[in-house]
Structure formats: structure tokens, C-alpha cells
Design a protein around this ligand. Structure first.
Ligand code: GRF
Length: 209
């Protein structure tokens, strides 16, 4: 089977990038890692693995569209069939998202559609709910609202603080993101309108599962 060329966008720590690298999926070819922050620790994981890295500081661009256009040009230089957001802390413009429609994935630290946006662990603790988790989803124009591909649940324990809960969620993130990428590389995953098809069956996490 042909390897799936992919590009990963990061902004910081890069532990999900590391999990994808460590998965060493024989169906996956990580062509480049691009960060909008020069100090992103994740760049080191890419360098150690011999993957080309680029820094594209958003601060050098006047508008979001200017940045997204330049970013798109750099990404497309590597001709990826899948674009991976792994802790990329920039909102992407509709034109950018449309360009990568059906081949743009993100991981979010909550059981979507619950707790979109930032500070999910803190908000989960404040809410008193007993279950939390992570979701891999296709990116669409609406922030953190794209159709979910897979989720993993973790318990919220009585003694949890933000750090302990985040660490538990991160562990499952590192399992489900490489898994979703593997499905995509196998050609089993598809975005059809607002639905995700896995092996031609619709997956429905977004309906309050
Ligand atoms: C993760 O919690 C991910 O769910 C969210 O941003 C964080 C990135 O962490 N989108 P890392 O940079 O992969 O360690």
C-alpha cells in the first residue's frame, strides 16, 4: 500500500506529534512539521526523527488571511494528503479549511460536542461531571465542531486537579490520534458532508453519544 504523505502543524509541546512519530506507522510518511512558534518544543522531536521542520511565525503577517495563505503554500510544497493539527493554537480561516476539506484532522481534549474551546480540564472539574476524554475530528469551519472520528473516555477522579486530569487525557490522546491517522492511511475514513464514514458506515458521536 502507498504511504500517506502528511504534514503536522504544531505550536508547542508536541507530545501528540511525538506519539505519531513513535507509532512509526508503515503506512505514514511525515513529510514536514511546521510550527508558528520558534520555541515549540515539539520541533525537537521532529528533528530527532529526521523530519524537515519549518517555522512560520504568524506575527510576521499583517492579517490572518495573509498568514494562512503563506502557510498553505508551505504546506502544499510537501504535497500532503492529510494535514494534522497537533496543538496548533491558531484559528484557521474558512478558505484554508475549505482547501483541506476532508483531509484536515484535529485532536481536542474533551468529549465533543461537550467543552469546545480552551481550558477544557478546568471547566470539566468546575462542572463536577465524572467523565472526560479526548476526540479526534475532521476540521470544518466551525471551531471544534467538525464531525468526530473517534473518542476515548477517562474518569474524573475525586482528587483530580487540572494537571492530573490533563495527564490522564493526554495518555488517551496519544493512543487515538495515531489510530485515526492509521484508518485514514488505510483508506477507511472519509468525510461526507457533516458525517464521518469508517468502512462506509456512518459514525455518530456528534448526536450526544
Ligand atoms: C492537546 O491537549 C490537544 O488535545 C490540544 O492541544 C494539546 C496539544 O498538546 N489540541 P501537545 O502539544 O500535543 O503535547
Amino acid at each position: 500500500m502507498e504511504k500517506l504523505p502528511l504534514v503536522v502543524l504544531i505550536s508547542g509541546r508536541g507530545s501528540n506529534l511525538k506519539a505519531i512519530i513513535d507509532a512509526a506507522d508503515p503506512l505514514v510518511d511525515i513529510r514536514a512539521v511546521i510550527s508558528n512558534r520558534q520555541q515549540a518544543k515539539g520541533l525537537l522531536y521532529a528533528k530527532q526523527a529526521g523530519i524537515p521542520t519549518e517555522i512560520m511565525a504568524h506575527t510576521r503577517f499583517k492579517t490572518r488571511i495573509d498568514f494562512d495563505t503563506a502557510l498553505q503554500t508551505r504546506i502544499d510544497f510537501y504535497q500532503p494528503k492529510l494535514l494534522i493539527l497537533a496543538g496548533f493554537m491558531r484559528i484557521l480561516s474558512p478558505g484554508f479549511v475549505a482547501h483541506y476539506q476532508g483531509r484536515l484532522l484535529n485532536i481536542h481534549p474533551s468529549l465533543l460536542p461537550a467543552f469546545r474551546g480552551l481550558q477544557t480540564h478546568q471547566r470539566v472539574l468546575e462542572s463536577g461531571i465524572k467523565e472526560h476524554g479526548a476526540s479526534v475530528h475532521f476540521v470544518t469551519e466551525d471551531l471544534d465542531a467538525g464531525p468526530v472520528i473517534t473518542q476515548a473516555r477517562v474518569p474524573v477522579l475525586p482528587d483530580d486537579d487540572e494537571e492530573s486530569l490533563a495527564a490522564r487525557v493526554l495518555q488517551v490522546e496519544h493512543r487515538i490520534y495515531p489510530q485515526a491517522i492509521h484508518w485514514f492511511a488505510q483508506g477507511r475514513l472519509q468525510l461526507q458532508g457533516q458525517s464521518v464514514l469508517l468502512d462506509e458506515q456512518t459514525i455518530t458521536f456528534n448526536k450526544g453519544d
